[in-house]
Design a protein around this ligand. Structure first.
Ligand code: SAM
Length: 347
């Protein structure tokens, strides 16, 4: 597998190592490892019966080749995306989680999902459509990455302005792409009281319009984002449950966990570690049995062992094994980003 050069912009020289780890935790290929040929770096692996769609879903896959003696023969990667890349790449803003890293976090988390339940549409490439929640959604990078791969995206975000900006972008984008869609914003009420605002949009990439060719096999996509505190996520979403929860937690540096209510109501301090300790049990309750939680966080503020203990206390099983410890990478002098994935036991 040839790794996309753009991965190097995110992970510097670590991109192939992270591509190896992603393959290891999301596929059944044998012995993935970094390898160089004629001065170009690849990720090599063995596979008896390869599913090219499993490679196409890798966040950094650029191309796939089969070894034929001394030569490399190109292998077609099937189309697995149901939306264009630009859904994820057009917007640029301070605090945006890198798009490629978001795709990686989403992929390694969704690959752990073993939920049963109502029949869900099968996506191009053969996996099922999932309901993905980002409970600290910002301006929606995870939700857009979910749409790209055919999943539904749900979000909670404390910054109302961020939700407004996401709503404005999605409406303009879907209009410009001439995709059939329906968007709506409304107050959220519980027991007669307004507790936040909701932005909701459904799009139909599988339906042809004057300016859009129907994408065969693409299901309808839903995105629903509520304003509020992530620790209230269960109250905000009520009985709804999710297959995967995927979030990039505040780093405690530039984008600290500043909740206006946090201190006033004595609901915790400003550190991301304290916020995660309070939020993870709430999120665990919102997962379906067999669902998975994936969190990216700044390892300078909270150790992997401490975060794993918080997940375990919430009844989740942290994915074990050396490959899971290969995702940690430097973002800048104050951020060492890592990711952890934990599963809710299947019933
Ligand atoms: C690292 S950013 C995530 C950015 C997002 N992935 C994006 O690309 O737009 C963390 C987000 O968590 C939000 N946040 C922090 N504390 C929160 C809380 N208590 N409840 C809900 N959201 C919170 C911040 O406003 C910020 O948007």
């Amino acid at each position: 597998m040839l790794v996309a050069p753009s991965a190097n912009h995110v992970y510097a020289e670590q991109a192939p190592t992270m591509a190896v780890a992603e393959l290891a935790v999301t596929t059944t290929v044998e012995n993935p490892e970094r390898t160089a040929m004629a001065g170009v770096e690849y990720v090599g692996f063995g596979a008896d019966a390869l599913d090219p769609a499993a490679i196409a879903r890798q966040s950094s896959a650029l191309a796939l080749f089969e070894r034929a003696g001394e030569l490399l023969r190109p292998v077609q990667l099937p189309a697995v995306q149901v939306m264009d890349d630009d859904l994820l790449t057009i917007t640029k803003y301070a605090g945006k989680t890198n798009e490629m890293f978001t795709r990686l976090l989403l992929h390694v988390t969704c690959a752990q999902v073993r939920t049963a339940g109502p029949e869900r549409p099968v996506l191009p490439g053969g996996v099922r459509q999932l309901d993905v929640l980002d409970p600290m959604a910002g301006r929606g990078t995870t939700l857009q990455a979910a749409w790209l791969m055919g999943h539904n995206g749900f979000g909670v975000e404390t910054d109302e302005r961020a939700v407004e900006q996401l709503a404005a972008f999605m409406k303009t984008y879907l209009r410009r792409k001439r995709l059939r869609h329906k968007a709506d914003a409304a107050p959220v009420r519980r027991e007669g009281r307004v507790i936040g605002r909701r932005f909701e949009v459904t799009a139909h990439p599988g339906v042809a319009t004057g300016g859009h060719d129907a994408l065969e096999g693409a299901p309808a996509l839903t995105m629903s984002v509520l304003t509020g505190d992530t620790r209230d996520s269960a109250r905000l979403f009520g009985r709804r449950r999710f297959d995967a929860i995927v979030t990039d937690a505040p780093y405690g540096i530039v984008h600290g966990a500043r909740s206006a209510r946090g201190n006033r109501e004595g609901r915790g301090d400003r550190s991301p570690a304290a916020l995660l300790a309070q939020a993870i049990p709430v999120w665990a309750g919102q997962l379906r049995a067999g669902g998975a939680l994936g969190i990216a966080w700044n390892a300078f503020g909270l150790t992997r062992d401490d975060l794993a203990a918080i997940c375990a206390d919430a009844g989740l099983e942290v994915c074990p094994g050396p490959a899971w410890e290969q995702f940690s990478h430097r973002v800048d002098s104050s951020i060492r980003r890592d990711l952890i994935v934990a599963r809710k036991p299947a019933r």
